[in-house]
Design a protein around this ligand. Structure first.
Ligand SMILES: Cc1cc2nc3c(=O)[nH]c(=O)nc-3n(C[C@H](O)[C@H](O)[C@H](O)COP(=O)(O)OP(=O)(O)OC[C@H]3O[C@@H](n4cnc5c(N)ncnc54)[C@H](O)[C@@H]3O)c2cc1C
Length: 403
């Protein structure tokens, strides 16, 4: 056996799993098809809970935003929140993922990049992982952290076809610190455009230390069948025009290096089998309202490593033993993802009133931002949210603010 564990994919899920395993003295191989450091299409916005749970990410944080402004679809309503405490941490994926990978290597994980996994065969006593150069590696167990369209998930029959996805377009363009302060203030406020130009999704503008990240994402499951098809690129171009008109971007800003990507939005039914576990995007661990996934990738990678450590000790890597992984992620964040998933279709409905109600009632705004951003648990705060929604609704009826 070459290794105890082979981790496929060195994104946040894979590096977190490999770090945790290597720290326990387990022989781990981390493989990635890309050559590192590699970039990845992403907003790079992290809720503060990521740093709370994994304080070691601190050196890889690029900048901090202290607030947000949320616009309604028509741009008629907007809600601003400015805080003393950090609101969202910003990372550059090239640096962040490389930072996490360095920690995994320091802990003792062996890393091979530029190696694409093309097949995974689970046998009674081992797992064989085939690479595109014809080489085969063997281990006791494999963790699939290879993102959307995971080869590990496909070859082990945990996922044959991913249907429900979000399609996104984004760019990260350099801006000078002076421009960033002019357009986003010293607090580096982010902008969110709910259902920008009528899409079943939203657009984000994330200022960072030396650049701005602007993206747009649409949830395919919520797109109305009767709505005429508008290419996402056209919506993106229209958004940039609006941002310039609203003086939220310099007029000379160009659309360049626009990148497209897809995200899974619902967890897979099965995330483990005999000698195999799936983490992060490969398992479909994404917030189905915002598309945020780095937190879930790191948490699932961490939990998977703990369960595998127990399995190696017990000499049991059967599906039956590894099912504890499924129970643990479900208790940790799964129930919230499932609860949020029930609201995913709201992207296809009228959301104008949500931003209006946020303007009427700060507590409702705080709750909705906390719950959708995954900062507070929807399962715990569901009743509080419903009560506050009703309160905000009636407050709005009698409010003198624009209706
Ligand atoms: C446009 C966009 C914006 C986003 N914005 C945010 C955001 O602001 N905040 C947030 O938290 N999340 C965001 N996400 C989600 C986030 O990017 C993912 O949830 C996160 O990257 C998942 O981490 P991961 O480790 O599971 O997978 P990944 O980061 O995708 O890493 C998978 C790795 O596997 C490798 N790999 C794939 N196939 C193979 C193979 N066959 N063999 C070997 N290696 C392979 C890839 O090269 C890659 O390095 C966004 C996603 C998109 C697309």
């Amino acid at each position: 056996m070459d290794y105890d564990v082979i981790v496929v994919g060195a994104g946040p899920a894979g590096s977190t799993a490999a770090k945790n395993l290597a720290e326990k003295g387990i022989k781990v191989l981390l493989l990635d098809k890309a050559t590192f450091p590699r970039d990845k299409p992403c907003g790079g916005g992290l809720p503060t809970r990521v740093q709370k749970r994994f304080p070691y990410i601190q050196p890889f944080i690029d900048s901090i935003s202290y607030g947000s402004t949320t616009y309604s679809s028509s741009l008629r309503y907007k809600y601003s929140l400015i805080r003393e405490k950090p609101f969202l941490m910003m990372v550059l994926r090239k640096d962040f993922d490389y930072g996490l990978l360095s920690l995994a290597k320091q802990a003792g994980a062996v890393f091979l990049d530029g190696r694409s996994v093309v097949d995974v065969v689970v046998q009674k006593e081992k797992v064989s992982v085939m690479l595109d150069d014809g080489q085969t590696m063997e281990s006791q167990v494999v963790i699939g952290c290879d993102g959307m369209h995971s080869v590990v998930a496909e070859k082990t029959n945990l996922c044959k076809h991913l249907e429900v996805i979000c399609i996104a377009l984004m760019q990260e363009q350099p801006m000078t610190p002076k421009q960033l302060t002019t357009f986003f203030t010293k607090k580096h406020l982010i902008y969110l455009f709910i259902k920008a130009h009528g899409i079943a999704g939203y657009a984000w503008v994330f200022p960072k230390k030396n650049c701005v990240n602007i993206g747009i994402g649409e949830f395919q499951s919520a797109v109305s069948k009767t709505r005429p098809k508008i290419p996402l690129k056209e919506t993106y171009e229209a958004l940039i025009t609006v941002l310039k008109e609203k003086n939220l971007l310099p007029t000379e800003f160009q659309i360049e290096n626009l990148r497209g990507a897809t995200l899974p939005i619902f967890p897979l039914e099965n995330t483990c089998g005999n000698r195999v576990l799936l983490c992060g995007d490969a398992a479909g661990f994404i917030n189905p309202i915002t598309g945020e996934g780095i937190y879930y990738a790191m948490v699932s990678g961490h939990i998977a490593a703990n369960i595998i450590t127990e399995g190696l000790k017990a000499g049991d890597l059967s599906r039956h033993f590894l099912t504890r992984y499924q129970t643990l992620w479900m208790d940790d964040f799964g129930k919230d993802l499932k609860a949020l998933g029930r609201f995913n279709n709201q992207w296809g409905k009228d959301s104008e009133k949500i931003v209006r109600l946020m303007m009427y009632d700060k507590k409702f705004a705080k709750l909705i931002i906390g719950v959708t951003g995954g900062q507070i648990s929807l399962t715990k705060y569901k009743n509080a949210l419903i009560i506050r929604y009703i309160y905000a609704f009636f407050k709005g009826l009698f409010s003198k603010k624009e209706k």
